[in-house]
Design a protein around this ligand. Sequence first.
Ligand SMILES: *Cc1c(COP(=O)(O)O)cnc(C)c1O
Length: 224
Amino acid sequence: MSLSDDIAHNLARIAARIAEATARANRPDGAVSLVAVSKTHPAAAVEAALAAGQRVFGENRVQEAQGKFPPLRPAWPGLRLHVIGALQTNKARDAVRLADVIESLDRPRLAAALAEAMAKEGRRPDCLIQVNVGEEPQKAGIPPGACDAFLRECREEHGLPVRGLMCIPPAEGDPRRHFDWLAERAARHGLPVVSMGMSADFEQAIACGATHVRVGSAIFGARG
Ligand SMILES: *Cc1c(COP(=O)(O)O)cnc(C)c1O
């Protein structure tokens, strides 16, 4: 099979699993969106996914996304790009220019840099606050205990369009208590977007209330 057949086949399988998990959780059809994580894969893989009907993509490096996505936009006006990786403040302006959603808002200096970049660019991508739900020292994200204060700061001091929360739970152990925590916290603040769940655990995330799942290797194959 060709690369594009593989990708179309994988997308159809993931879509079916998302639909089943959504129904099992007694959530309405279409309650969960798939963010296809194309990092490290070439533009041809993204085009194959677009041709198969996928429109929402995630990239964790601004520089890599800059090379792949702007050339695709004219032919695919429905394309939506989520920046999902750690973002340096000196990349804030590029991210604002490039992204439709920035999922990795995780510290006060980045909030300030994004607000300044949005003012300069006249473009306001939705932002999600990334929470380090497992309080892992090596991981990005605001600590859970600082989430409420940081949300207030992002909105009130910086006027950022914060639409939801995002997390990457610890690789070991049951992710569900972290997923439950994130969904509850988003609901408490009236935030509509809950981005959680990857190739290995997106069905559990859907059971816990994910509105967006970020799936990479199960669609595009292993990363080199
Ligand atoms: C790479 C990545 C994913 C996708 O991971 P897979 O295990 O390949 O599905 C999801 N979210 C973030 C933030 C990532 O960096």
